[in-house]
Design a protein around this ligand. Structure first.
Ligand code: F6P
Length: 509
């Protein structure tokens, strides 16, 4: 019998747009979390019966949601239930709390002389975040209760429905779901996974005290709280101890755990396991995708544009945490201090749009464009364009750029994991040197074969770019192969099945 699993996330695996003729067409949801969960579920499909619950994001999604989700499914046939959350509530919860407060907090992005400002407006935002999480908890409980009742009837108390709740949008949902389930919570395993970093207590304390405690308490409604690397899990444990006074126990051992259990939190009479599960890539599927004609067309076009020059590649959302501004400054410094690279290198910077509802993101995108313009004006010549900046999402072109990269630049200020740092070496045709921020979660697994940098240190980053460009072919290939093997060792299927296993044996559909 297939095991019943519920997934909940803000962004779903499919989103609907209206065509010119008024018909609705679904397309795949974007982002690292979606890629990981979708790929993990596809691998486990023969054993699992999944429903994915997400917010309706587009007008098309809302129409689908109003039809009570009927007919919605992702590319792999997973049923998707879209929640039509009132747009003002959604906007305040998503833009103001999740993306402006929690995202900035965990990525330490606040311009502290001016931000954050938690005043009356934030109280309303917080009410919306409560309501938004409540809508998810209601939907999850509605799906979970019949399965839990069946499991109890069948006298299989160990067979549990498993619920996988994703990310900082849904920190309160685990506790809310547990309360809605009542006794049926015994038949249900609840996991929460954070795809972001976690702020250390001194920074986390910027949140209003009640809000900070509510976020932790909400997550501790789960049986299992997962993070991509030990640093983020340890910071969460520290926050639970310092802000809630919760009982925190840590697993011992001199070596940092790269995966597995790192501690337990005892709070309100329950235990939550805290674990590290790095999310790597499905290397065979990714390589297969890169062989497709659309990617190969871009490989040809980009090779022609590079004209035999070395390629430094970056692929990100235009996102403040990705540190594109300092990346461009480092490339400029490379061209200033190492003029031998002028005319011999091209920087492909693919920075696709993100969260344009927020003024900070629009201003950041403008800044990136302006810096790129200045750099081109300063160094460009009649036969050499030093930089190609593209602020447009084009997945096949991004895969092609990764396949061609001599150097991959991944320099986030902070990042939960980072998929590009892993996909690049897997896709690389000639082997690529990875210049990687020490503040990316991926640094925990990739450090040995990457060139690690302090993301604030432009000079160090420029020097790492020089080392990467000057690396011998043999060393670059060796390092790239090792990076690819590490990324492939944590495929999404493993990431997902380890979490399901941590929740105990599942119950049938
Ligand atoms: O890093 C967490 C994450 O969920 C990523 O998986 C994803 O790229 C991003 O945040 C989603 O952002 P948004 O849904 O706001 O575009």
């Amino acid at each position: 019998m297939k095991q019943r699993v519920l997934v909940a996330s803000n962004r779903g695996p499919v989103t609907y747009q209206f065509g010119a003729d008024g018909s609705l067409a679904g397309q795949r949801g974007g982002g690292g979390m979606i890629a990981g969960v979708t790929s993990g579920l596809a691998a486990l499909a023969p054993e699992t019966d999944v429903t994915w619950i997400c917010a309706a994001l587009s007008d098309g999604d809302r129409v689908v949601a109003q039809r009570n989700g009927a007919g919605a499914q992702d590319e792999d046939g997973v049923p998707v239930r879209m929640l039509d959350i009132p747009s003002d509530t959604f906007d305040r919860a998503y833009n103001n709390v999740a993306n402006s407060a929690l995202w900035f907090l965990h990525h330490q992005l606040f311009d502290t002389p001016n931000q954050p400002q938690f005043g009356l407006a934030f109280q309303q935002d917080w009410e919306s975040y409560l309501a938004y999480n409540g809508v998810f908890a209601d939907a999850l409980a509605e799906e979970a209760l019949p399965a839990a009742a069946r499991s109890a009837e069948q006298q299989q108390p160990s067979g549990r429905l498993r619920v996988l709740i994703q990310d900082y949008h849904l920190c309160l949902a685990p506790r809310m779901l547990r309360e809605r389930l009542g006794d049926a919570a015994r038949e249900t395993g609840i996991a929460h996974f954070s795809h972001t970093p976690w702020a250390p207590p001194d920074y986390y304390r910027m949140l209003p005290a009640e809000v900070g405690r509510a976020v932790l308490d909400g997550m501790l409604g789960a049986d299992y709280a997962g993070f991509h690397c030990r640093r983020w899990a340890a910071a969460f444990l520290d926050c639970c101890a310092d802000l809630l006074g919760a009982g925190v126990a840590r697993t011992g051992g001199p070596e940092p755990a790269v995966r597995g259990l790192v501690g337990w939190v005892t709070y309100r009479g329950r235990i939550t396991e805290v674990a590290v599960q790095p999310l790597g890539v499905d290397a065979p599927a990714l390589r297969e995708r890169a062989r497709a004609g659309d990617v190969q067309d871009h490989v040809g076009a980009l090779s022609r544009a590079a004209g035999g020059r070395k390629l430094i590649v970056r692929v990100d959302r235009t996102e403040l945490s990705k540190n594109i501004v300092r990346g461009l400054a480092a490339y400029r410094e490379l061209l200033v201090t190492r003029p031998q690279w002028r005319g011999r290198v091209v920087h492909l910077a693919f920075a696709y749009p993100s969260r344009s509802a927020l003024a900070e993101y629009r201003a950041y995108t403008d800044r990136v464009r302006e810096l790129a313009r200045q750099l081109t004006e300063e160094f460009g010549t009649a036969d050499w364009d030093p930089l190609m900046l593209e602020v447009k999402d084009d997945y096949p072109r991004s895969l092609a750029a990764c396949a061609l990269a001599d150097v991959l630049l991944v320099n986030p200020i902070r990042d939960g994991m980072n998929l590009v740092a892993q996909e690049g070496p897997v896709l690389s045709e000639r082997g690529c040197a990875l210049v990687l921020s020490r503040e990316a979660g991926a640094a925990a697994t990739l450090a040995a074969d990457a060139l690690l940098v302090n993301p604030y240190d432009i000079t160090e980053t420029a020097e790492a770019l020089h080392r990467a460009l000057a690396m011998s072919d043999g060393e670059r290939r060796r390092r790239s192969a090792a990076l690819a093997a590490t990324a492939a060792a944590d495929p999404p299927a493993r990431w997902l099945s380890d979490q399901l296993a941590a929740l105990g044996p599942g119950t049938g559909a």
